[in-house]
Design a protein around this ligand. Structure first.
Ligand code: SAM
Length: 235
């Protein structure tokens, strides 16, 4: 296999959600760079893949990326995987991709799952155009973040940690209004759940128990001004 950097998408939950090409790539590279090598070991063991792994994450990327680039310049091929989904999407990857491209190393996508795409396609909200905004800032810049998106007409996709979902929904309600939305939780896993409805109704449904698991919020864009004849399907 020629020296390349492969960005390999891995499952967002269900271990079956991996492409044949991803498995073939992981089997044939010289080295697998993984966000968490112990987490990667679960996937690699499941598919009986035995390759050296090296840790590559947000906190060591500046040190490790040059080492990985040097190895590729020596002729090694490297696959980058993260804990879930597509590397680079709210995950480590960009820094290494840029460093590799700067040295004319070929970077190839081994495409596959991403929680963003899985959530928006099942949300029931328009997905011909959308904006992916990743995780809302937890503190600094948070109010500005929501204010700046208030006039966005395209569907908005956010990632959020479960314990922060209630507060984020309150901020969405106060900055964007009571829009239609979907809360997609634990996609492709045993406890997969998708709640669809107005923001206020989703908030009301979360009162009784703390939310657990991984969550994507899909919120409709700013609704068009209604003419008097317009009705809202699903209201
Ligand atoms: N690179 C990943 C991708 O392509 O989707 C995203 C990684 S980001 C660090 C992790 C976030 O993705 C989680 O906090 C959650 O918002 C979302 N996520 C990942 N797996 C998910 C799942 N099975 N169900 C719902 N959301 C998920």
């Amino acid at each position: 296999m020629a020296s390349k950097l492969y960005l390999v998408a891995t499952p967002i939950g269900n271990l079956q959600d991996i492409t044949l090409r991803a498995l073939e790539t992981l089997r044939s590279v010289d080295l697998i760079a993984a966000e968490d090598t112990r987490h990667a070991a679960i996937l690699l063991r499941h598919y009986d893949i035995h390759k050296p792994t090296v840790s590559y994450h947000d906190f060591n990327e500046r040190n490790v990326a040059p080492q990985l680039v040097a190895q590729m310049q020596e002729g090694k091929s490297i696959a980058l995987i993260t804990d879930a989904g597509t590397p680079g999407i709210s995950d480590p990857g960009f820094y290494l991709v840029r460093a590799a491209l700067a040295e004319n190393i070929i970077v190839e996508a081994i495409s596959g799952p991403s929680a963003c795409l899985a959530a928006i396609t099942i949300s029931g909200l328009p997905c011909d155009r959308f904006v992916f905004e990743g995780f809302p800032p937890a503190k600094k810049g948070r109010q500005t973040f929501f204010q700046n998106l208030a006039h966005e007409a395209r569907t908005i996709v956010l990632y959020e940690a479960p314990q922060r979902v209630p507060r984020t929904l309150q901020d969405i309600l106060s900055h964007w209004g009571d829009r239609r939305m979907a809360l997609a939780r634990e996609l492709t896993k045993i406890h997969e759940e998708v709640k669809r409805g107005r923001v206020s109704a989703i908030i009301a449904g979360l009162q009784d128990r703390p939310l657990k698991g991984e969550c994507v919020l899909v919120v409709e864009g700013r609704p068009k001004e209604k003419s008097t004849n317009d009705s809202a399907p699903g209201d």
